[in-house]
Design a protein around this ligand. Structure first.
Ligand SMILES: Cc1cc2nc3c(=O)[nH]c(=O)nc-3n(C[C@H](O)[C@H](O)[C@H](O)COP(=O)(O)O)c2cc1C
Ligand code: SF4
Length: 408
C-alpha cells in the first residue's frame, strides 16, 4: 500500500491540476463541506496516526487539545526543517507532491480553528521552497486557501517561513521562537504548544510527513488507515536507507516492517553492497541507536521494540567503516548544532568534539575513556532539551561496542 509515494513522478508538482486529477483536494472539500471540526479530529484520532517527526505522538490527541483550548487566535505549523544528517524524506515529499502536505495542513488548520498557518522550511531547501510558493499560489487561485475557502465561512492564510538551517529549530518550541523573531532556542515545557505556542496562542506543529497522511485518512476513512501497519502504530512510513546497501534511497513500507527486511529484501535495500560486510545499522538519524545484526528483526513502529524509530532513517555501516571518523562526524555535528542555552550541552558537546578530533588523529590520552563516559552521562542526564541526549546516544552505543577496540 502506497500513501505517500503513490503519485511521485506521475504528477507535475508545478501544476495543481495534475494533483487534482488524482483526487487531490477532495479530502479538503469533504472536510469543509461534509464534516465538522470535531468529526475531523475524531477521524484522525480513530485512524491512530502518530507524528512522523520522531516522537510518534498521537496526532488526533494533539489537535483535540488545541481545538479545545479557548483562544481567539490559533496557529498551525508544518515542520519542514529536516536538518538531521542523512534524512531527506520531508523535502522529497515537498518536491514530488507539495499539495499533499498543503492539503493535510489545511485540513488540520480547519479542524483546530486556525486562521493562520505556516510552512516552516529549512532555508537551505531553495528548490522545495520555490515549489511550495508556486503550489500555494495555485491553491489560492482555486479557493483552497484564503477567504471563504470553497465558498464556506472558513478563512485560512498560509505562508512560508524560512529558517536559517539550524538543527535545533526543528524542535517545536525553538521553531516557534524562530517564527516570533527570537533566538532559535527551546522553551521550557509545559506549557506545550497546543495550549500556548506561537505568540502564546494554541499552536499545532506537525511534521510534513505526518500531514501528508491526512488526506488519505479523510478520504478513505480511519478504519482503512488503521488496518495498515501494526496495531498502535498504523500507516506506512518513509524510510531513508543509506550506507553500505545495494539500493539507497527512500522506501515506503508499512510501520512494523523490520530493519532486516528493509536492508535485505529486494523491494527495498536489496542486501549489502558487493564486498561489504554488515557491522551495524544506525536507526533514526545521527541521534539514533546502533543496532547489531542479531537485533535487526524487531518491528520498526512507534512505541515498540528496543530502539526508537525516530524519523525513520537507517544508515548501514560495514566492517570497512572508519569508526574514528564516524565518531568525529557525530561529535562535529552536535557541537555545531548545540544552541548554547544550557551549559551541560554547550560545554559537553564541545569537549566531546575536542576529544573526537584527537581520536581521529590517533592521539589518544589515558584519561580520554573516563572523560568521555563522564561527558556522555552529563549529556544523557542533565541537558535542557533532547538535543543534548541525542548527542550521547550513538556515542554511548559505540563505546559499548567498540570502546575496547579504540582505547585498548
Ligand atoms: C533537536 C530536535 C530536532 C527536531 N527536528 C525536527 C524536524 O526537523 N522535523 C520535525 O518534524 N520534527 C523535529 N523534531 C520534533 C519536533 O519537536 C516535534 O515533536 C514535531 O515536529 C511534531 O510533529 P509530529 O507530531 O507530526 O511528529 C525535533 C526535535 C528535537 C528535540
Ligand atoms: S540541550 Fe543543547 S540544544 Fe538543548 S537547550 Fe541545551 S544547549 Fe540548547
Amino acid at each position: 500500500m502506497q500513501i505517500l509515494t503513490k503519485n511521485w513522478n506521475k504528477i507535475d508538482p508545478l501544476r495543481i491540476d495534475s494533483y487534482i486529477k488524482t483526487g487531490g483536494y477532495e479530502s479538503l472539500r469533504k472536510a469543509i463541506r461534509e464534516m465538522t471540526p470535531e468529526k475531523i479530529i475524531e477521524e484522525v484520532k480513530k485512524s491512530g496516526l502518530r507524528g512522523r517527526g520522531g516522537a510518534g505522538f498521537p496526532t488526533g490527541d494533539k489537535w483535540d487539545l488545541a481545538a479545545k483550548t479557548p483562544a481567539k487566535e490559533k496557529y498551525f505549523i508544518c515542520n519542514l526543517d529536516e536538518s538531521e544528517p542523512g534524512v531527506y524524506k520531508d523535502r522529497t515529499i515537498a518536491e514530488k507532491n507539495p499539495h499533499q502536505i498543503i492539503e493535510g495542513l489545511l485540513i488540520g488548520a480547519t479542524a483546530i480553528g486556525a486562521k493562520k498557518a505556516f510552512i516552516y522550511i529549512n532555508g537551505y531547501y531553495r528548490k522545495q521552497n520555490e515549489i511550495l510558493e508556486i503550489a500555494l499560489e495555485q491553491a489560492r487561485g482555486k479557493e483552497f486557501i484564503g477567504r471563504s475557502m470553497l465558498g464556506s465561512a472558513i478563512d485560512i492564510e498560509v505562508d512560508i517561513f524560512q529558517g536559517a538551517g539550524a538543527y535545533i529549530c526543528g524542535e517545536e518550541t525553538a521553531l516557534i521562537n524562530s517564527v516570533e523573531g527570537n533566538r532559535g532556542e527551546p522553551r521550557l515545557k509545559p506549557p506545550y504548544p497546543p495550549v500556548a505556542g506561537l505568540f502564546g496562542k494554541p499552536t499545532i506543529v506537525n511534521n510534513a510527513e505526518t500531514l501528508a497522511n491526512v488526506p488519505f485518512i479523510i478520504k478513505r476513512g480511519a478504519k482503512t488507515y488503521s488496518q495498515i501497519g501494526v496495531s498502535g502504530s498504523p500507516g506506512t512510513k518513509l524510510f531513508v536507507l543509506e550506507g553500505a546497501v545495494k539500493k539507497q534511497g527512500i522506501f515506503e513500507a508499512p510501520l512494523g516492517t523490520t530493519a532486516q527486511e528493509l536492508i535485505y529484501n529486494s523491494l527495498y535495500g536489496g542486501g549489502m553492497a558487493s564486498g561489504k560486510d554488515f557491522l551495524f545499522a544506525q536507526i533514526g538519524g545521527a541521534s539514533g541507536r546502533l543496532v547489531t545484526a542479531g537485533k535487526l528483526d524487531q518491528p520498526l513502529a512507534y512505541g515498540a521494540g528496543e530502539y526508537n524509530l525516530g524519523c525513520g532513517s537507517i544508515f548501514v555501516a560495514d566492517k570497512s567503516t572508519d569508526l574514528k571518523n564516524l565518531l568525529f562526524s557525530w561529535a562535529d555535528f552536535f557541537h555545531r548544532e548545540s544552541c548554547g542555552k544550557c551549559v551541560p550541552c554547550r560545554e559537553g558537546t564541545y569537549r566531546l568534539w575536542e576529544i573526537a578530533k584527537r581520536i581521529k588523529k590517533n592521539e589518544i590520552l589515558k584519561r580520554d575513556k573516563e572523560n568521555i563516559e563522564d561527558i556522555l552521562w552529563t549529556l544523557s542526564n542533565t541537558t535542557f532539551c533532547p538535543l543534548g541526549n541525542f548527542a550521547a546516544i550513538a556515542w554511548s552505543d559505540a563505546m559499548k561496542m567498540f570502546g575496547k577496540e579504540i582505547f585498548g
